[in-house]
Design a protein around this ligand. Structure first.
Ligand code: C5P
Length: 230
């Protein structure tokens, strides 16, 4: 079963409820999931709301990027959120950090899957140079995929452009791709984008979509997504 995660990127609980209500569709082969990122988790009532959700396939997109001890401690701090299936950490945090996070997950919530985030889909080959990287995105992601595998991550987050070579490295791992746009959609800040159909055809096990689905008329957007996957 492949996942379609809907990024609940808003700070408004009523909007989140609407998103969940209006995206309950059934599609053979695909399962819906919901992703909560920093925008919602950081709100006063966000954490409590997530804690009370009785739906499956929830992803907390914390994108932890800190020293091993602090990153591992963040996993301990969310140990009460037993309904969360996935959490993210930046692979750039290094092997020691990734291993510490895995160890914490094993200790505090055995069912929690840890996803390693590689180069963000908002980076291009030129903007990645601005922060001092000298390798191409492809080479960087390759290195990060090897590291994620070594640290025994459950899955990897990358752009759909990198799936093919990642699949060779991370054979049995989940591959989750943001930067997904339907035909004619605005790219916004995303640089490495692809359509849902192409991402799945390339071998993504999951895609994550935010603005294309949650902005404007949600039901119409979902209909467009379903059509595009036929
Ligand atoms: O609105 P859009 O579809 O661009 O949203 C993509 C979502 O995926 C956002 O919530 C963003 O935080 C997340 N994400 C990403 N790139 C990554 C990892 C996560 O865009 N590498």
């Amino acid at each position: 079963m492949k996942n379609i995660f809907i990024a609940c990127d808003t700070n408004n609980i009523q909007k989140i409820k609407k998103i969940i209500r209006q995206t309950q569709f059934r599609l053979k082969e695909y399962r819906i999931g919901y992703k909560f990122g920093l925008e919602f988790f950081y709100t006063r009532n966000g954490r409590k709301f997530i804690e009370g959700l009785k739906i499956n396939n929830l992803w907390l997109d914390l994108k932890t990027f800190d020293i091993p001890n602090t990153s591992a401690a963040s996993i301990k701090s969310i140990r009460d959120l037993k309904n969360i299936s996935y959490v993210t950490v930046h692979v750039s945090g290094g092997l020691q950090m990734l291993k510490a996070v895995k160890k914490a997950a094993k200790k505090y919530n055995k069912k929690l899957k840890i996803l390693g985030v590689t180069v963000l889909t908002s980076f291009s080959n030129s903007s990645i140079k601005e922060i001092g990287y000298t390798k191409s995105i492809k080479d960087l992601v390759k290195k990060q995929a090897l590291l994620a595998k070594k640290a025994n991550m459950n899955g990897i987050v990358c752009s759909a452009h990198e799936i093919k070579f990642i699949k060779k490295i991370c054979k049995k791992m989940e591959i989750i791709t943001p930067g997904i746009r339907l035909k004619g959609d605005k790219l916004n800040d995303q640089k490495r984008v692809m359509s849902p159909r192409e991402a799945f055809d390339n071998g993504a096990t999951s895609i994550v979509m935010g603005r294309s689905l949650i902005e404007g008329n949600i039901k119409n957007n979902i209909q467009k997504l379903i059509e595009s996957l036929k």
